[in-house]
Structure formats: C-alpha cells, structure tokens
Design a protein around this ligand. Structure first.
Ligand SMILES: [Zn+2]
Length: 297
C-alpha cells in the first residue's frame, strides 16, 4: 500500500492505493498554512488513512505540493506560507517509511496519465488556477527537465505590451489566464471566472472581450505544449476546469479561429486534442502515490 497526498492551498486530499493502483481509502481535510500547519495536515491525513480498516501499513508515502521541489525539500510555496521545508525528511522520520515529494502539478499530471490507462506516450496536464503551469508525462514518467522547470508555461510571454507579471516579464500567459489576472483585466473588482462567463453569455461587451483574452491565453498554452512536446492530449485541470463545457467551447472556438490562416496549425487538430479533467477527480492525490521516493529511511 502506498499513500498519496495532494496538499492544496485550501484543502488536502489523500488516498491509499494498492499494488495495482486501486484506491482503497480516501480522506480530505482543510490545509493549515505555515511550516507546522503543513506538517500537521500531512501527518493527520496519513494517520487517518492508516487507521482505515482496508489499509493497515504503508510501504511509501508520496506528497504533491505547490512550489519548487528538490530531494524532498519544498521551496517557495508562497500560498502555503512556506519558504523552505524538509517535508520529505520530517514525514519519513515520523512514519518510518520512504517519502517522495513532487510539485503538485507534476504529480497531478502523473495521476491523470494513470487514470486514462497509462498508455499515452506523451500527455500534458495544464493546471489553470491562481497560477498556470503544466506537467508533462512522457512514457509514463514525469518530465522534469534539467532543473524541474519543464512545464512552466504560465511564464511564456505572449504579448510584449501585456500586463506586468510578478515574475518580472510582461504579458505572460499567466497574466491573461491566472485567476487573479482575469478579474483584474476585466476591471470589475473581485469577481470569479464563472461570473465573467455568465456576463459574457448575457452579452456584456467588456466581459466578452475579457473572456476572449482568457480563451486566447489558454489556447496559447495548449499550442505551446503540443508544439514543444507533441502532447497527444492536453488535459486541463485546476480550479478553472470547473467551468466545464463553457471553458471547452470558448477555448475550442479560439483554437479553430487561430488555425484558420494556417494549414500547419489546422493539421494539428488542436481543438480536438484537449480535454477537461472531470470535477472531483482523484488524479492529483493518486498521482502523488506514484511519485518516486526521494527520501529513504
Ligand atoms: Zn510571468
């Protein structure tokens, strides 16, 4: 049995998985912030799973968490209030089992790949939430690149005259697609992406323009992932995937429009090459259970 935990900004989902990848038990709890909060949340979630009658003992624990990850250490997980934490070492010492820690988007990509049968040669998982990033799975393994930067498509600039990005560049994909950026660009204060779609559907001109900008950013990310990795499928997850069919429609329409002048782009069939992760999918926690352990006991 392996445990997989997806530590999110507000909630933590955790699953226990048997040797065939079947989910034996799952729990969900709010994530507490800060060093002690995150450690406490992880230990409570894992303890709750181990107490489940069908689980018993765990052979390993995998944790997906935002931030830059190296050898079980988490750095720059701003939303969780962490600057640096040896999460792998601490959890491994507590439970006496090897622990793997991976960036949450990369872990979700792995889980998505497994849930879809685990046979696709190249799958990209595009997370649309507060931030925008992708995880790439090639031949069943997470593609990390030389230093873990592979998939950071949110910081690909697509408009040199676009809004400034916290990363220091202008017009990054994230400045058009990230949760905060959309409502800022729309200029109506604190509104959700789903409000934006509602008002666009009602014919509001500013909302229509803002939705088009958003769809253009998502389309650019999909194009980038297919052109860079030849991803057979780009699966969209994260908070904004909850928009469902409305997101699908807006993005597919934009991809078709962008491909009109280009037989090359049209030949890639991008509008049929992306899908949405179903709501409440266990992919992020499941993927965490499959990450390679980097901290041994
Ligand atoms: Zn940026």
């Amino acid at each position: 049995v392996r445990l997989g935990l997806d530590v999110g900004g507000t909630k933590t989902e955790a699953v226990a998985v048997d040797g065939d990848g079947r989910i034996l038990a799952s729990v969900r709890m709010p994530t507490e912030r800060g060093q002690d909060g995150v450690i406490g949340t992880v230990e409570r979630a894992a303890t709750a799973l181990l107490a489940h009658p069908s689980v018993g003992e765990a052979a390993a624990i995998g944790i997906g968490i935002p931030g830059a990850i190296e050898d079980g250490r988490v750095r720059h997980a701003v939303n969780l209030g962490l600057t640096e934490l040896d999460l792998g070492g601490i959890v491994s010492a507590h439970f006496g089992v090897p622990v793997g820690v991976e960036n949450d988007v990369k872990a979700a990509a792995l889980g998505t790949h497994r849930l879809r049968g685990g046979t696709e040669p190249v799958l990209a998982y595009l997370n649309l939430g507060t931030g925008v990033a992708a995880g790439i799975v090639i031949d069943g393994r997470i593609w990390r690149g030389s230093g873990g930067v592979a998939g950071e498509v949110g910081h690909m600039p697509i408009d040199p005259a676009g809004p400034p990005c916290p990363c220091g560049q202008r017009g990054c994909i994230e400045t058009f697609v990230g949760g905060a950026a959309i409502t800022a660009g729309w200029g109506r204060g604190e509104r959700s992406v789903s409000d934006l779609f509602d008002e666009a559907d009602a014919g509001d001109a500013a909302a229509l323009a803002a939705r088009e900008t958003f769809a253009g950013g998502v389309a650019a990310a999909i194009r980038l992932l297919v052109l860079s990795f030849d991803a057979g499928t780009v699966v969209i997850g994260g908070g904004q995937a909850a928009l469902g069919g409305r997101l699908r429609e807006a993005v597919a329409r934009r991809l078709r429009r962008d491909a009109e002048p280009s037989p090359f782009l049209a030949s890639l069939g991008l509008d049929a090459r992306f899908e949405l992760l179903p709501p409440a999918s266990p992919a992020p926690a499941l993927g965490a259970s499959f990450i390679d352990v980097s901290v041994l006991i």
